[in-house]
Design a protein around this ligand. Sequence first.
Ligand code: HEM
Ligand code: HEM
Length: 241
Amino acid sequence: MDVLAQSRRRRLYEPVLVWQWPIRIFHWVFASAITVLFVTGIYITHPISNATGEAGGLSRMATVRTIHFTAAAVFTIAFFWRVAWFFLGNRYARSGFPQLWLPSWWRSFLRQAWNYLRHDYRDVHLGHNALAGLSYVIVPVLGGAFMMGTGFAMYGESNPGGFWDSLCGWIRPLLGGSFRTHTAHHLVAWFFLVFVIVHVYLVLMNGTQQKNGLISSMISGRKFRRIEDSQRTENDDGQGA
Ligand code: HEM
Ligand code: HEM
């Protein structure tokens, strides 16, 4: 047995590249865009001071709206970048995807939910677990598509018949008019806040309990797995474990 093989046998853990650079870039660009969109969006609903109509308040609102629309453009590019990487990336780029038609996905989902209810964090995953995968599809993907649709529908109102109005203008009557479109866009924004709080809590909780490099993995791309687990295909399928 050569020296390398002997030293590998002595090690308990080995690093695995889980998140490729396009996923990591996406993650931090997306997280920054959502933070800016949420804060500027709440300002648009509740401007700090414009009751007297003073000019400073109006120009501040114009600046905040410009920042909101710029972050919206970044959000949109990141969104489609990630969708493309779902198909182009490694197996972990597709991990946890809710395969609702597979009994094995449901078993994995129920086991994860039951474990979280009991504060049991021993079930270590390399990719996203089934519950995380479902939450990413519901809030960032479906919620994100809704925010882009309603956002560009509102944006199009300032230029009737223009590009954005032609592309997304039909969404306003579908939701019951302009006011209801604003209300829907506003309400769904709060789901993002709840998502971020739960997401960061679970990442920190899982990371500190499992000690598998989860927290730093969105920067380094690497997680650690026990060498004995790498022999088990179940632990290597990107679906988790
Ligand atoms: C505004 C804040 C945040 C948002 C919107 C957000 C969003 C997301 C999304 C959409 C994913 C899925 C990634 C993918 O498959 O492409 C993800 C995964 C992940 N995020 Fe965040 N994130 C935020 C903050 C953070 C922070 C502060 C940390 C680190 C401490 C973090 C660490 C991670 C990790 C480790 C994963 C992979 C977890 C897993 O295996 O399921 N995130 N995040
Ligand atoms: C990604 C594409 C998005 C676009 C194109 C977009 C566009 C817009 C537009 C045009 C408005 C109305 C501005 C006005 O009336 O002056 C608006 C308001 C708002 N946006 Fe967005 N937005 C997007 C994403 C988001 C996201 C992801 C969030 C939250 C996380 C968000 C939160 C808000 C909030 C809270 C408001 C105020 C709604 C109201 O009370 O009228 N937006 N957005």
